[in-house]
Ligand binder design. Structure first.
Ligand SMILES: [Zn+2]
Length: 382
């Protein structure tokens, strides 16, 4: 069984919106009540670890008797909020997470999660059936894999007042038989100037509309900085900034989806370099651009699309010197400063540095594929 998440924009009507907001409020209430209780109990028993461990906390069922309005919303959502808080504490005790915080109504983003029981989350016409809400209109830009089971749904609202549902699904994995005489391979060298350079020396530039949006964002942010903090105009402008920001994220996501889709449709083996992002983030000049360019997201999209289509994504070892090796004669240079944009070799090879690297990356992908094919062949004979 495989697990995956799928996110869709939904368009609740006013009645549904009201109930969604009520559920945000109710799950927040459960979250804060339990946090409150945990804190009180901790203070009381902190010197008696056994008592602390054995204490049983109040459940949503009990809270409902004190706050009857909690009965109006999806009870699964309340249970999830309660369980999440319990997990948050055990993670805190394990030392893997920070101390849980209170949730504020003022947050720009809200969400709640409901677990599926008796098929109560399912497709209905051009919408989705959700507990308590009924059928909510939805933009289905992507189908779920065949035979998938919806395990949970998270309903959320973002900073610019748009609503989404994220479905967590499980499905049986299809087995693909990659057995072809000829494999189409491509190598990608990620570059700050032009997203990536491929084996043909071609750049994948961001579309102009995306660049324009970035400029609009910069202007809107500048305008925001001139407004009086807390004033009406300040909040209006803040919402404007949030909307542009969201648009940019969507445009970038669209671009990454289209680009990865195109590659997976056209190639059998896609070879990419493994970027050490944490190392690069330490470098001030790189960090802002890298954060925006979001290679890891792109590699992630490539990875699941390849998997779905039965194609291969090869990640080249991060210590492989893709830039220093000559793609023509395999000689390796001892050093190659970043400022040197053209690769020149004694064998006569002169080419763009990133283009040279992309060819090496593609070769690595092909070598890995052939090695595996031979190993599998030997294994099947033995
Ligand atoms: Zn050479």
């Amino acid at each position: 069984m495989k697990r995956k998440g799928y996110k869709y924009r939904i368009y609740p009507n006013n009645i549904q919106k009201e109930l969604i907001h009520k559920t945000f409020g109710s799950t927040r209430k459960i979250h804060n009540l339990l946090l409150n209780e945990k804190e009180a109990i901790y203070e009381l028993f902190k010197d008696y670890p056994d008592l602390l461990k054995s204490h049983t906390y109040l459940t949503p069922a009990y809270y409902k008797t004190i706050y009857p309005y909690l009965k109006e919303v999806d009870s699964q959502a309340l249970t999830s909020a309660w369980l999440n808080m319990k997990n948050a504490f055990s993670n805190f005790y394990k030392g893997t997470h920070k101390y849980p915080r209170y949730k504020s109504k003022k947050n720009m983003r809200h969400s709640y999660t409901t677990h599926t029981t008796n098929n109560n989350v399912r497709w209905e016409g051009n919408g989705i059936q959700l507990p308590k809400l009924g059928i909510v209109k939805l933009r289905k830009h992507r189908e779920l894999p065949d035979n998938s089971i919806i395990k949970a749904a998270t309903i959320s609202k973002n900073a610019s007042n748009k609503y989404y549902v994220s479905l967590r699904i499980e499905y049986e994995e299809e087995i693909f038989n990659i057995d072809k005489d000829f494999q189409k391979v491509i190598g990608l060298d990620f570059s700050l100037n032009g997203f990536y350079v491929n084996t043909m020396g071609k750049k994948a530039n961001y579309p102009m509309y995306y660049i324009n949006s970035l400029e609009r964002l910069a202007k809107a942010q500048k305008k925001l900085s001139h407004k009086v903090k807390g004033s009406n105009n300040y909040y209006k402008q803040k919402l404007r900034v949030a909307r542009i920001h969201e648009k940019i994220l969507n445009q970038r996501d669209d671009f990454l989806h289209q680009e990865s889709r195109r590659l997976v449709n056209n190639y059998d083996i896609i070879s990419v370099e493994t970027l050490d992002l944490t190392e690069m983030m330490k470098n001030k000049y790189f960090s802002k651009k890298i954060a925006d360019i979001s290679y890891s997201k792109f590699v992630n999209y490539l990875s699941y699309k390849c998997e779905d289509a039965g194609k291969i994504l090869h990640k080249v070892d991060k210590y492989y010197a893709s830039s220093k090796i000559c793609s023509n004669c395999r000689t390796k240079k001892k050093t190659l400063p970043l400022s040197q944009r053209v690769y020149t070799c004694e064998c006569g090879n002169v080419m763009d540095r990133d283009h040279n690297a992309a060819i090496n990356i593609a070769t690595q992908g092909m070598i890995s594929y052939l090695t595996k094919t031979i190993e599998d062949g030997i294994a099947s004979i033995a």
